[in-house]
Design a protein around this ligand. Structure first.
Ligand code: MG
Length: 263
């Protein structure tokens, strides 16, 4: 099932989305079926539907926190001039960095080099702590596409990543949550203005999804809606005002955002 969060008129609500095209795009026939309740808890179909083109897709979740994972693809660790870490390398992005599909990434005046990072995002479905890797599937609500936008110059200059990864709009998520996605073998790519920049497979990671959930929850409690960004493959590069950046994950969907100067 694919769950989206939408604005329909004055109301923000969750809905199931279906009838996508073969490449998971929205067509005139695509419908959203509104739900009562919350997808992380009890919910039921409301019975009313709308054309997907008549509603605005929002970020599918507002996490209390986003846990990023650094250097989790071997070729990206190499391009950054580093080794693959012995344990998952964690950092935090603030909830206020989240934007939805179609929203603008705003490049701050402090940075001369903001870069895209296409990533698979895990959406947590329940309160959890100290989850053994064998039970990781029990705490996953689903998966969505993410872009761990990073001010690379500030990341290198600061020595830690709070500023470089934490600007408003630096965490596009969407377009929906797929509750049945298989992370072990899916193509992941990033294009900028239609040109391929990153191309890999989500199964190429050093630490897989169960390992990441076990590692993160051994440190901090995760809440429903929290997001783990699973790391980016090689090919990261700059984005500038006027660009359109798209993260596509096979059988999951495409997350597209524009880029503007924040001024
Ligand atoms: Mg990243």
């Amino acid at each position: 099932m694919r769950i989206c969060r939408v604005r329909a008129g004055d109301e923000i609500t969750y809905a199931a989305i279906d009838a996508l095209s073969d490449d998971l795009g929205i067509t005139d026939e695509t419908l959203v079926a509104f739900i009562d309740g919350h997808p992380f808890g009890d919910w039921s179909p409301q019975g009313s539907v709308a054309r997907a083109r008549d509603v605005e897709l929002l970020a599918p979740v507002i996490p209390s926190k986003i846990v990023g994972i650094g250097r989790n693809y071997r070729d990206h660790a190499s391009e950054m001039g580093g080794e693959v870490p012995a344990e998952p390398l964690m950092f935090l992005k603030p909830s206020t960095s989240v934007i939805g599909p179609g929203d603008a990434i705003r490049i701050p005046w402090q940075s001369e080099k903001a870069e895209h990072e296409a990533e698979l995002a895990i959406v947590i479905g329940r309160v959890c702590r100290d989850v053994p890797r064998e039970r990781a599937a029990e705490v996953i609500f689903g998966f969505t596409c993410g872009n761990d936008v990073s001010a690379r110059d500030l990341q290198r200059a600061d020595g830690q990543w709070a500023r470089a990864k934490g600007f408003d709009t630096f965490c596009p998520l969407g377009p929906w949550i797929d509750t049945e996605f298989d992370w072990t073998d899916a193509a992941i790519s990033c294009t900028v203005n239609g040109e391929i920049r990153q191309s890999a497979n989500t199964g190429d990671v050093v630490f897989g999804v169960p390992d990441l959930i076990a590692a993160v929850t051994s440190v901090m409690t995760l809440l429903p809606g929290d997001v783990i960004l699973t790391g980016t493959p090689s090919g990261v590069g700059p984005i500038v005002e006027g660009d359109t950046v798209a993260v596509t994950i096979q059988s999951l969907g495409t997350l597209t955002n524009t880029v503007v100067d924040r001024g």
